[in-house]
Write a new protein. Structure first.
Length: 56
């Protein structure tokens, strides 16, 4: 038996500066959200951890 990496539901969204679009996240309860700024390609990396009680 092997453990799956990222057992918690994670959604990684990469968008350019100034265009963050969250369509499917409007109805979903967000447990914790962390925003990291990356200047390599002038892009932001948004990591959203969804609540484990939400079933998609």
């Amino acid at each position: 038996m092997s453990l799956r990496k990222g057992s918690a539901r994670t959604n990684v969204i990469n968008k350019s500066i100034g265009s963050f679009r969250f369509h499917s996240l409007e109805i979903i309860m967000i447990n914790y959200a962390k925003v990291e700024c990356k200047n390599q390609n002038d892009a932001y990396c948004v990591k959203v951890w969804l609540s484990s009680s939400v079933v998609t």
